[in-house]
Design a protein around this ligand. Structure first.
Ligand code: CMC
Length: 428
């Protein structure tokens, strides 16, 4: 209930429609337009520039101030003191776990990391040069064919089991995408390893050797997962919610999120950053590319710069930059591509075009550089983003399904042909 209203008079009419103003716990108030349809009008907001599509208690972003909170906790504090699985528990359950809850959750995840052996046969159907994201969309969608014992979305226990299965099995599937791509045997998960260590082992290990994961790399990997865990109603999460609003099963919903993530304006940006650095090729060509990015007649954009919501800085990028510096220093890596990245960052941060439009390096700029430094191939970057984001998708899906919800059904402004009569083919 509210006592605040926006008053809408259409085209100077005396008839005023009162639209309730709703307040969240923090953040801007919203005008509730749910009943506007009764006036015969709809709102028009392509790209959801001014539309809150749902109510949520999971993540809060203040893009102007560069704030990102998960269940109220600032991302900087989680990145410093927490780890990925603890953050998963927080996102799913609303509170940080105590020691017993944390141990039990980690144990549950560890017990679910293997996938049905038939999944290996599914992968064999993919051509070896299939993009890992293409395999990932197919493999995650196919999971609903294997786990029908817990697909009743109205049953909270089933929802919990599906959430655990997804978080546990996604790294296994992600590593399988890579192994299939390079023609190496799939690696079974190892229960004695942490979540990030296990993922790196399944990616880079072989049956010929014992696991040998560099702890610095494992720490960086865990941070990459943690910093990607959730980001409220972005394109892929909104896709998961929309798919879920029809009552689709969680594996199918997460597969739809993966498809939305793939594009270069969203999760595909980390891969696009490296492709761009490759295209630039050397530090002395940076100016040319900065000019291209500023040219309105050129579709080229600096990948890894700008964000729909953050118009000050991306707090994840700040943490990621620190991790990036740490990893590069520890591994003693000197790579001409990384030199280009550093120089590009510096130029863009000082250039008026980027300053005026508040275009700062985003999380994908630095995550791409770290992943390149730790030897992850470029076409796996978005798969890794998807791995970390799975918990966010599933938390939003579960939040929606556990409350009353309606199927998502936007309206449109139709500008096509008006009614006309069918013409026989020889009269056209
Ligand atoms: N390079 C050059 N110019 C840019 C860039 C860029 N990367 N991003 C935005 N602009 C310009 C744009 O041309 C426009 O200029 P003007 O006002 O003169 O017409 C202005 O900045 C506003 O751009 P917009 O397209 O209206 O902004 P948006 O909020 O719709 O787009 C974005 C946000 C992230 C899609 C965009 O900044 C972009 O394409 N960035 C590159 C891709 C990228 O790094 N994406 C990852 C986002 S972070 C990870 C995630 O959440 O998935």
């Amino acid at each position: 209930m509210t006592d605040k209203f926006a008053r809408l008079s259409i085209d100077g009419s005396d008839e005023v429609t009162e639209l309730p103003i709703l307040s969240g716990s923090i953040g801007p108030d919203v005008i509730d337009v749910r009943n506007l349809g009764s006036t015969g009008y709809f709102t028009f907001d392509p790209g959801f520039l001014s539309t809150a599509s749902c109510e949520s208690k999971i993540t809060f972003i203040d893009g102007g101030k560069g704030v990102l909170l998960h269940r109220g906790y600032p991302i900087e504090q989680l990145a410093e003191h927490s780890d990925y699985l603890e953050t998963c528990y927080l996102l799913l359950n609303g509170e940080l776990p105590n020691k017993q809850q944390k141990a039990a959750f980690e144990d549950e995840i560890t017990q679910h990391t293997m996938v049905n052996e038939a999944m290996a046969r599914l992968f064999r159907g993919f051509h070896h040069d299939a993009h890992p994201m293409a395999m990932m969309c197919g493999a995650v969608g196919a999971m609903s064919a294997f786990y029908h014992d817990a697909l009743d979305i109205a049953n909270p226990k089933h929802r919990e089991i599906s959430a655990l299965r997804l978080i546990a099995k996604i790294p296994t599937l992600a590593a399988m995408c890579y192994k299939h791509h390079i023609g190496q045997p799939f690696m079974y998960p190892r229960n004695e390893l942490s979540y990030a260590e296990n993922f790196l082992y399944m990616m880079f290990g072989t049956p010929c050797e014992e696991p040998n994961v560099n702890p610095i790399i494992a720490k960086a990997m865990d941070k990459i997962f943690l910093l990607h865990a959730d980001h409220e109603q972005n394109a892929s999460t909104s896709t998961v919610r929309l798919a879920g609003s029809s009552g689709a099963n969680p594996f199918a919903c997460i597969a739809s999120g993966i498809t939305a993530l793939w594009g270069p304006a969203h999760g595909g940006a980390n891969e696009a950053v490296l492709k761009m650095l490759d295209e630039i090729g050397s530090v002395d060509r940076i100016d040319e590319y900065v000019l291209k990015a500023k040219d309105k007649n050129d579709p080229f954009r600096l990948m890894g710069f700008g964000h729909r919501v953050y118009k000050n800085f991306d707090p994840r990028a700040k943490v990621m930059k620190e991790t990036c510096d740490e990893v590069l220093k520890e591994l003693g890596i000197s790579d001409p591509q990384l030199e280009i990245a550093k120089r590009l960052e510096q130029i863009a941060l000082e250039d008026d075009y980027f300053i005026q439009r508040k275009l700062y390096p985003n999380v994908d700029f630095y995550s791409g550089i770290i992943m390149k430094a730790i030897g992850i191939p470029t076409d796996m970057f978005t798969v890794i983003f998807a791995t970390g984001r799975t918990v966010g998708w599933i938390a939003h899906w579960a939040e929606m399904v556990s409350e009353s919800y309606k199927i998502g059904r936007p309206r449109q402004l139709y500008t096509g042909a008006t009614t006309r009569d069918y013409q026989d083919i020889d009269k056209r």
